[in-house]
Design a protein around this ligand. Sequence first.
Ligand code: ZN
Length: 388
Amino acid sequence: MITIIRNAKVYQPEYAGIKDVMLIGSQIGALGENLKADLGGAVEVKEIDGTGLLLIPGIIDSHEHILGGGGEGGFHTRTPEATLTGLTLNGVTTVVGCIGTDGVARNMEALLAKAHALEEEGVTTYVYTGSYRVPVHTITGDVMRDIMLLDKVIGVGEVAISDHRSSQPTFEEFARIAADIRVGGMLSGKAGIVNVHMGDGPRMMDFIWRTVRETEIPFSQFLPTHVGRNAALFESALEFAKAGGTIDFTGSLDDDDEVPVSKGILRLLDAGVSSDHFTISSDGQGSLPIFNEKGEFQGLGVGNASCLLKELRECVNKAGLPLELALKPLTSNPARILKLARKGRILPGCDGDICLLREKDLSLHTVIAKGQVMVAEGTAVVRGTFEK
Ligand code: ZN
């Protein structure tokens, strides 16, 4: 099967002009003008008119509770699992699954099975091994064995620090996790990232700073997330990014964080942080406490991947960032940081993961994952096994 998308404004995420993109099977085969695929009718060639549309890499969501999460308000507050169209209808073609607070009733075997299920349904999936808890509960017995022996494991996390829900690891325990996942990542050609859940406790990023200062482990091993949770944590994360680290913003539908993503990114850029050093993830399917205007607890909501395109629009419309820059934390940055070589870019040889957005409002028009059209004109054409 060959698919040619004609005359779209192509963002690789760098702007490449109005071009055709040819998908051959599951991969991008060519990027150019007036592309032709004449194989004498031996292979079906499908064409999509991209006129007036922006062609961007499929979104990589580097932190989503695909197995469900939550549970902090009792068993009935456990959140539901991710669905295929919950990802694709929000432009996500690659997702990294993680377990959160509850590492008992949610375990790695189930997370891995869920990741395989979503992969079979059409998107690309990876997982972090573990949960909030330390010692880390793995599949094979330790984090190094997990990353070396299990294809889908690309790091460890989300390890919780500076949070009342953390298992309060010692510094030595934390550094050992980082060391093991780093070496296991080196030996298996993977990123070996420590995805660190940042709580709102006053110790903030102390353990990460200490690991970098007191051991040989570099900044690049860590991807601390939820960095916009409060102003003080954001300042600490800003210093970390200035020193060469990478930080992850959690997208939000109502900007209840003290430091909204688009404002936070502007602050980073104003402070001279490279646009390569931040990512945005959804925390999708995680539980979100809902408060009324008086600050009273009203119940729990569920995180949703729809925050990602919303944050993209805010980066462009509110913060005034060029689209090619606003796309980086959702595409090429997570691909590079997580060492997903064929993801996050529009280049021949990369996987055929593509979104088409309407130029006027950056709304989603088409989603293609590994060469397969999943969403056409805003409607899901491929659904998960049990989705109506
Ligand atoms: Zn978290």
